[in-house]
Design a protein around this ligand. Structure first.
Ligand SMILES: Cc1ncc(COP(=O)(O)O)c(C=O)c1O
Length: 344
């Protein structure tokens, strides 16, 4: 900012940022050139521009359930219909590729994949990633790969989906929000796969991006600085998340009536509490909030059934604080269930 970078930037983003993103994705196996990179206000704006370009009233987009609510919000805005494919808590929150294919209709415009995943903390094995790409290829559907948690898998960075098949119609979305702990900077990008089939989509996204002038100019300069700079913080961040995930899973699974699939990435877990008949996840979560001051998000906010008793935990607090929080959750849950779901 002191160097005077306070004006409008090019609507696609400044060249050093697009070059840094292209280099980054190419080095991870998704061959990319700066002319197919757009710098966006976070992952969110890339997703919004892309869905706006792809879908209109009457169209359908395949969305994971439970989902990240941005997708349904953008589709509501453009009047298109989210068609949900299920991720199975009995199977590590993985989607069933055959089910996804069965949901495709002539109105389908795109498939959204969030891997690593919010709200479940799951990462998908290559067999599933390949299956998803095969479907996208076979039905010639753009695959929107939300890879914002790609650097936060405890086992190390997850390669972009497009690295498995760079000619597939894949668009990769990410940002500095999560891996660089800077969500407020709104410094994000989208990378359009090299296949010609995505040329019209890229042109449409560029047109829409012209309309909003540019993403936040000064913050675009953070992108080359981050991607070309030291990233040793990511190693300790991943380790800190893994420790918190372990505390979360062991403490929550020790509560009677509660079970949690162990996350493998990011800072989310989606435990399930077996609720008495007639009680909803919202009643449980609001009861917990009133009794303890601990706030989680009820699963139905992400699309699970209210009676199924899912809720999402964000475990960024330090392990000692988490331990106190899980004591409170354990005590509340014991009391709540023993009263058949009635609050004190
Ligand atoms: C799956 C997913 N996509 C996108 C976003 C938004 O990211 P950004 O801050 O880059 O817009 C989030 C933030 O929580 C997210 O969980």
């Amino acid at each position: 900012m002191r160097d005077g970078h306070n004006g409008y930037a090019p609507s696609a983003g400044i060249l050093p940022a697009r070059e840094a993103v292209a280099r980054e994705l190419s080095s991870r196996g998704m061959p990319a050139t700066p002319d197919r990179v757009m710098i966006t206000s976070g992952t969110s704006e890339g997703i919004e521009l892309t869905l706006t370009a792809l879908a209109e009233a009457g169209d359908e987009v395949l969305i994971p359930s439970p989902t990240y609510p941005l997708y349904t919000a953008v589709l509501a805005k453009v009047g298109a219909k989210p068609v949900f494919y299920r991720k199975d808590p009995e199977n590590g929150w993985l989607p069933d590729v055959r089910e996804i294919e069965r949901l495709i209709t002539p109105a389908t415009r795109a498939i959204v994949v969030i891997d690593p995943n919010n709200p479940t903390g799951a990462t998908y094995p290559d067999s599933i990633r390949r299956g998803l790409i095969e479907i996208a290829e076979k039905h010639n559907l753009p695959l929107l790969a939300d890879e914002v948690y790609g650097d936060l898998a405890y086992a190390g960075p997850v390669p972009p989906m497009a690295s498995l098949y760079p000619d597939a119609p894949i668009i990769s979305f990410s940002s500095l929000s999560k891996a660089y702990l800077a969500p407020g900077w709104r410094a994000g990008w989208m990378v359009v796969g090299r296949t010609e089939r995505l040329d019209d989509l890229l042109a449409a996204v560029k047109k829409l991006a012209d309309g909003r002038l540019c993403s936040t100019g000064p913050m675009e300069h953070a992108i080359p600085a981050a991607l070309n700079g030291d990233r040793s913080h990511e190693v300790s961040f991943r380790e800190a998340l893994r420790v918190r995930a372990d505390v979360t899973v062991s403490r929550l699974n020790a509560i009677d009536g509660m079970s949690t699939v162990a996350p493998t990435a990011a800072f989310y877990a989606m435990p399930r509490v077996s609720l008495p008949e007639g009680i909803t996840d919202e009643q449980y979560v609001l009861g917990l909030l009133r009794a303890t001051g601990v706030l989680c998000v009820y699963g139905s906010g992400f699309g699970t059934k209210p009676e199924d008793g899912f809720f999402r935990v964000v475990f960024l607090a330090d392990p000692a604080e988490l331990s106190t929080i899980y004591d409170l959750i354990a005590e509340f849950t014991r009391d709540f269930l023993s009263r058949g779901g009635r609050e004190r």
